[in-house]
Write a protein that binds this ligand. Structure first.
Ligand code: UD1
Length: 429
């Protein structure tokens, strides 16, 4: 299993290109199941999760052609996927595949919407608390599907197609909202989605679905209206930049000090996180090409932050912020409201010398003068990158084990950091 070796203490200076968003790419690929025509996605990041979803879709009979770097291209621009679900040969998504990535459960919506049935294994994915699918199943039931659970599989049936309906989410769910959009797009009649997630990735998926011929309005607000259509067609869509990757590198620069331009990043996608970074003492500026983040001289100021659905501070940046706050001048408090149990990074940060006290859903972090390198273990995607951030500012060597979590969500992490002066390398095997 690969490891990543980091020697801390270097400032970061330069430019980091921001990749396409993982959390938009996955539902966009899944949306390809809704049509027998070709959906072309540009700016797709090269990530393990994207490769895994290719296999899962392939199992349903989806043909995916990957274009990539062309001769003469100077920069890595992300890949282009041509997704063709002309023939769906199998409506079952097996345990062996779905258990590796939670988002793959979302195939259930387009499969039942287009094929009238789906059998999908209950999901796995990051070990961050119990992550039920009850609200996703509620969506399908509201739109007329019959749901059975048998042997770890969810079987959804709507032989005469789905029907529009009213969906009121009792809590904001990104996956639930994606499910509702995809199911309602091909349902007969109009669907109203109340308390919908407002994440930018929802807007990106709705934009692509509309290019495919869907009639969706209100994406990005908490009330979305979907007028079902009988058929969707092909489209070409470029994935929006990854706001979590953006925020992660911004935290890394705030941690180490230095001056980095995050190329292609869009500030409006993570304003809450940028505001927190400003309060923490970083200089954040929008530029023509992206976001410039710098911290020179001034120390890191402590902050109080509560995670929330968009436009609040994202849970997917909570671990990274905690890493940053381990070096703050004073005491910070971070409260996690989205996922219980999303604190697996705490004990590993403590191994690097951090002072963190956990009380229920709130972590109190007393800033320390220095962290010291140590072997640590990555336990989930965002937790593992928080260890990288801490290691970049720790004295001596840190070895991050089990880096496959990083590869699920961060494209060429070491290359991007090395280009800005970090001492970081992957050790194979
Ligand atoms: C997505 C993101 C993930 C992010 C999360 C919250 C992708 C691929 N993943 O995950 O990176 O951390 O949004 O921003 O986009 N819930 C239920 N029942 C359900 C579904 C969810 O109770 O049926 C709960 C969850 O346990 C959680 C909350 O709702 O407490 C929000 O989860 P949700 O927004 O659905 O997360 P995901 O879509 O899985």
């Amino acid at each position: 299993m690969d490891r990543i070796r980091i020697v801390g203490g270097r400032h970061l200076n330069g430019t980091i290109p921001i990749s396409g968003a993982k959390n938009a790419t996955l539902p966009l690929m899944i949306a390809g199941l809704l049509t027998d025509q070709t959906v072309i996605l540009d700016n797709v990041p090269r990530l393990a999760d994207v490769g895994l979803l290719q296999r899962i879709l392939g199992n349903h009979g989806v043909d995916i052609m990957v274009g990539g770097k062309r001769p003469g291209d100077t920069e890595y621009k992300g890949q282009t996927l041509h997704i063709s679900a002309a023939n769906i040969v199998d409506t079952t998504a097996p345990y062996e595949l779905v258990s590796k990535m939670r988002a793959s459960f979302w195939v259930i919506a387009p499969l039942v919407a287009r094929m009238g049935q789906a059998k999908v294994s209950m999901p796995g994915g990051c070990a961050i608390g119990t992550r039920p699918v009850d609200l996703l199943l509620m969506v399908l039931e509201r739109l007329g599907a019959a749901i059975d659970i048998d042997g770890g599989y969810v079987i959804a049936r709507a032989p005469r197609g789905l029907k529009g309906g009213e969906i009121v989410f009792p809590k904001v769910t990104v996956g639930g909202t994606h499910t509702a959009l995809m199911a309602a797009a091909l349902a007969d009649g109009t669907t109203v989605i109340e308390n919908a997630a407002r994440e930018p990735e929802i807007v990106d998926v709705a934009d692509c679905l509309n290019k495919m011929g869907a009639k969706i309005s209100g994406a990005g607000t908490s009330r979305i209206l979907v007028k079902g259509v009988a058929k969707l067609g092909g489209a070409r869509h470029s994935v929006l930049p990854d706001r979590i990757e953006t925020g992660t590198y911004a935290m890394a620069v705030a941690m180490t000090g230095g001056d980095v331009t995050l190329e292609g990043a869009r500030p409006e996608l993570l304003q809450a996180a940028l505001d927190v970074l400003t309060r923490a003492g970083a200089d954040v500026a929008a530029t023509n090409t992206g976001i410039r983040i710098a911290r020179n001289g001034a120390g890191i100021a402590p902050v109080e932050v509560v995670t929330d659905p968009f436009p609040g501070f994202p849970t997917d940046l909570q671990a990274q912020l905690m890493a940053l706050m381990t070096r703050a001048k004073g005491t910070s408090r971070i409260t996690e409201t989205i996922f219980e149990n999303r604190f697996m990074h705490v004990q590993e940060l403590v191994r690097l010398g951090a002072h963190i006290h956990l009380d229920g859903e709130t972590a109190t972090i007393e800033g320390v003068d220095k962290l010291k390198g140590a072997p640590v273990m990555a336990t989930d995607l965002r937790a593992s990158v928080s260890l990288v951030i801490a290691a970049l500012a720790a004295e001596g060597e840190t070895m991050v084990n089990r880096v496959y979590h990083l590869d699920r969500g961060f494209e060429r992490l070491e290359d991007k950091l090395v280009a800005c002066g970090a001492e970081i390398a992957r050790i194979s095997g």
